[in-house]
Design a protein around this ligand. Sequence first.
Ligand SMILES: O=C(O)CCC(=O)C(=O)O
Length: 252
Amino acid sequence: MKKISDEGFTVIENVLSQEECKKISDRLDVINAEEQEEFGKERLEKVNEIGILRSLLLKDKIFSELIIHPKVYPIICATVGETAILHLQNAIIVFPDKKHGQSHFHRDFAKDFVSSKPLSINALWMIDEFNAETGATWVVPGTHKMENWPSNEFLEQNAIQASGSKGSVLVFDSMLIHRGGSNSSSGIRRAINHQYTKPFIKQQLDFPKYLGKKYDIESKIGQVLGYWTIPPKSVSEFRCEPEKRTYRSGQG
Ligand SMILES: O=C(O)CCC(=O)C(=O)O
């Protein structure tokens, strides 16, 4: 936790087994092919969405298990808080020698102010090995505490690659400046990014509306998907019995 707070990131090794990574990797390849079929390569290219798979939890239980995984989720609770919600769950697939949409320096929580406590934390699951050749993520330590965007020279000079074996998880403050690496290996480099925020921050997709009754509203994952922090849709909804409010008390 201290490393996340001081440097902005940490790598947790051996969270998933080789078999689990293989299963996930096979699923990602199938979903990627399905999405190319559904949306068409041209459209995906136009909206800069080649190699990005969104809201995987809709596709397979295997992905919803990652959201509240016992080896990673406690870090989210310890940093963002017990009431954190999922902002996004996106796979990043980097094909050999292909430029990826995330290969420029950026922040996942792109704000021009620094909060005294983290408002947003990411967990990037390495489904393939992350090394210099496969294009491990470049991070610039300490930049999560910088209000102003540093110079390109500073970023280039201070960026380091966050390597990890297959099944590791890179956890980072979403203010940390980072970028995807270039994949010069002969294989595909797959990862799944999860972003969690304080519950008053809007999600990338409206999960409660999008997922509807697919998840139990009373379950832990229901809370993490944002089912407990839906703004009331009218004054009469707001004036219902307090215990029935769609934005529950105590969520922050
Ligand atoms: O794939 C990577 O290494 C980084 C992904 C990334 O930057 C992002 O999803 O925001």
